[in-house]
Every structure is written in structure tokens, then in C-alpha cells.
Design a protein around this ligand. Structure first.
Ligand SMILES: [Zn+2]
Length: 233
């Protein structure tokens, strides 16, 4: 018997409620592990769901799409994780039946579910998940930082898809969390000529602290001419 605490959407009044329940037997099945989430992030969609929704969240679902966790129990069929493994988790769950899932592309599943909106998220003390969706992290990576791996992976994928080649400059539009993490990914890949277009001023200052000198304030500067000037046309 264990007490399970969770942050759940309340159907009325746009509230999030902390619930506590007694879970007699958190049984894990084939290919699953039991995890204890440690840190969870709050993303922009979470905030808009809170302020204007819920629009996509299922009633009473546990929130928290991006989180880190420690493995507490492992099904004998799982050999990729062990007791105590520190992990992050892919928040997209494929339906397992469509042609995209058959091609091992659950991110494009025709009937996918999203953790924290459709199914239980990471703001819970104990959760059963499929081991295949878990990625073990290095011991040197703090668990609070690891909770940011999901948005960071979005930025990293964007940089990979951009077609950037060594020696080229890069221009990032936007200084929200994904814009900022994109800058971090570009710098990690050795890009030294980066221009960033964004607002408001406070966010632009954050980007400057990452070592980007060319930050264009989109609400007050002529973005087009400024970008041409920086990149020699
Ligand atoms: Zn599918």
C-alpha cells in the first residue's frame, strides 16, 4: 500500500487539484516499469490550458508532459532499465495499430496520445510507463535539469532538420523557451554567427546572456534590413 499524490485538472473552474489516493498494487505488466517522477516542467501549452482551457486535456488527467524520474520497479521482460535508473520519458504515445506505429514512428501516429493531456503525466508520485518510452540519463545530469530534456530535444531536432552545415551562420526567430534552447543547441554544435529575432526586451536579454551579440528587437527594429545587414544580404 502506498500513498500516491498527483496534480490533476479539476473539471470545473479551471483548477488544478492535488489529490492523494491509496494505491494497493501498482502492478506492472510486460515491457513496463514503475517510476517515481522527480521534477516536471510547465510548458507554454500547460499555461494556455490553465488560462484558457482546458481545451485538449482530458478531465482529471494528471498534468506534466516534460519530467525526469527514477525507476522503482522493473518488469522481468525489460532489460534496458534497472532499479534506480534515472530517466526522462517521451511524452508521445502511439496507438500501436496504425501504419506509422508499424514503421516505428509513434510521433506520427494517427491516433496518438500525449502524456499530461490525454494520459497521466509526470506530476504524480508514482507512475507505470512503457520502458520503450524511457531514456536513461547520465549520472552527471541533475534531475531538475533533466526535466528540460523534452523541450531541448525539440530544439535539437529543429537544428538537425534545418540543414545547417559547418561554417554557416544561423538566424533564430523567437526568444521563447524553444528559441532560447535552439540557441543553446546551435552553440553546442559550434555555430558562432547567430542572430536572434525576438521580443520582449527581457527575453532578448536572456539570449544575450547566452553569448549572442546580434539580438534584434522585433517590435522596434526593422528585422528585414537588420538581418540582411548582419548576413551580408
Ligand atoms: Zn499509431
Amino acid at each position: 500500500m502506498s500513498q500516491v499524490k498527483a496534480a490533476r485538472w479539476t473539471n470545473t473552474n479551471r483548477k488544478i487539484t492535488i489529490t492523494s489516493s491509496t494505491d494497493a498494487s501498482p502492478s506492472i505488466e510486460q515491457s513496463q516499469v514503475l517510476i517515481a517522477p522527480t521534477w516536471a516542467g510547465i510548458c507554454g501549452t500547460d499555461i494556455s490550458e490553465y488560462q484558457q482551457g482546458p481545451r485538449i486535456s482530458k478531465p482529471s488527467v494528471v498534468i506534466g508532459r516534460e519530467f525526469s524520474a527514477v525507476v522503482r520497479e522493473v518488469h522481468p521482460s525489460v532489460n534496458t532499465l534497472k532499479l534506480g535508473s534515472r530517466i526522462v520519458s517521451n511524452p508521445i504515445v502511439g496507438c500501436g495499430a496504425c501504419h506509422m506505429c508499424a514503421a516505428d514512428r509513434p510521433n506520427l501516429s494517427l491516433r496518438q496520445s500525449i502524456v499530461g493531456y490525454d494520459i497521466e503525466g509526470g506530476m504524480i508520485s508514482s507512475l507505470v510507463v512503457c520502458a520503450k518510452r524511457c531514456y536513461e540519463i547520465a549520472d552527471s545530469l541533475p534531475l531538475d535539469i533533466a526535466a528540460l530534456v523534452e523541450p531541448l530535444s525539440v530544439a535539437w531536432h529543429g537544428v538537425e532538420q534545418s540543414g545547417w552545415k559547418k561554417g554557416q551562420a544561423a538566424c533564430v526567430i523567437g526568444t521563447g523557451p524553444i528559441g532560447v534552447t535552439t540557441v543553446a543547441c546551435l552553440k553546442a554544435r559550434g555555430v558562432d554567427r547567430i542572430a536572434v529575432v525576438g521580443r520582449p526586451k527581457e527575453r532578448n536579454e536572456t539570449v544575450k546572456r547566452l553569448g549572442v551579440e546580434s539580438v534584434i528587437e522585433s517590435s522596434t527594429e526593422d528585422v528585414s534590413s537588420k538581418v540582411k545587414e548582419l548576413f551580408d544580404g
